[in-house]
Write a protein that binds this ligand. Structure first.
Ligand code: CP
Length: 308
């Protein structure tokens, strides 16, 4: 059983082959209409459940389109519409769904929900985001970096802002793909110490630097994300904005990175909060390539899970 639950839980060689396959498959689709079937569609006859307990644009559409391009079918389920939202256990839901579908993608709140789904499902389960991590996003981001700048190994990535679930998966990726990462943000929003320690133990240089200007010196890539995540209470909005204002990615901050440093944001963005429109729409921004590459990376992840 090959679940895709997190980057640090997946073998390095498998991660590399997923990225490489995604790039080949993307090239093979060049010029085709979005709805056209891939050649020799690998998911023909397969049914995929896409479960969302939180809102989504990119994850929902990219998984749905990806399955269809590979010849499979999807059913998009919201947690609240299922018995899952009315007291049925995750374990029972996992066992039932496994009788109907070949693959489950789940976006949920608590990581334990995802892990229980994976424990009891008899089909592969993919993490479509939890409060703790977002591995599919970072697989697309690694693919995007390498398309523009070549191998990410040995490069310097700077995360500016909240040490949230997306940041956590970037730290996992640093350990697995061999790049260095500097986190810059307020101490109260630091990434999990255990994730930092694990990436360091794998040989990555993970730094925490409170001064954003110093942090971005020599950066090959600067990344940020929304200051108030889906799982954060709206009551925390003002406090978070006050804490994070000094970590906004703007042209002044980018001027301290390498001249060709890329800018990434997984989207959705609050323009002119965590990043200015000038940076988001600037020549080194690859935010829409990241969004597109969700499709290609996730198709490769699904094929890996199903051994296709
Ligand atoms: N980046 C991302 O996961 O986007 P959605 O929340 O729209 O799926």
């Amino acid at each position: 059983m090959k679940h895709f639950l997190d980057i640090h839980k997946t073998d390095k060689k498998d991660l590399r082959s997923i990225i490489d396959q995604a790039r080949v498959a993307k090239d093979a689709r060049n010029g085709k209409p979005k709805g056209a079937l891939d050649e020799d569609p690998p998911l023909a006859g397969h049914m995929v459940a896409l479960i969302f307990e939180k809102p989504s644009t990119r994850t929902r559409v990219s998984f749905d389109v990806g399955v269809r391009q590979m010849g499979g079918q999807t059913m998009v389920l919201s947690g609240s519409d299922m018995q899952l939202g009315h007291g049925e256990t995750i374990a029972d839901t996992a066992r039932v769904l496994s009788r109907y579908v070949d693959l489950i993608m789940m976006r949920t709140f608590e990581e334990d929900t995802l892990l229980e789904m994976a424990q009891y499902a008899t089909v592969p389960v993919i993490n479509g985001l939890t409060d703790r991590t977002h591995p599919c996003q970072i697989m697309a981001d690694i693919m995007t970096f390498e398309e523009h700048r070549g191998p990410i190994k040995g490069k310097k990535v700077v995360w500016s802002g909240d040490g949230n679930n997306v940041c956590a998966s970037f730290i996992h990726a640093a350990g697995q793909f061999g790049f260095d990462l500097t986190f810059t943000g307020p101490e109260t929003l630091d990434p999990e110490a255990g994730f930092v320690a694990e990436a360091r133990a794998k040989g990555s240089d993970i730094q925490i630097e409170r001064d954003a200007t110093k942090a971005v010196e020599g950066a090959d890539l600067v990344v940020t994300d929304t200051w108030v995540s889906m799982h954060d209470p709206q009551s925390a909005r003002e406090r978070r904005h006050n804490q994070l204002r000094g970590y906004q990615v703007n042209e002044q901050l980018m001027s301290h990175a390498k001249p060709d440093a890329l800018f990434m944001h997984c989207l959705p963005a609050h323009r002119d909060d965590e990043a200015t429109s000038a940076v988001m729409d600037g020549e080194n921004s690859v935010i829409f390539d990241e969004a597109e590459n969700r499709l290609h990376a996730q198709k490769a992840i699904m094929r890996w899970c199903l051994g296709k």
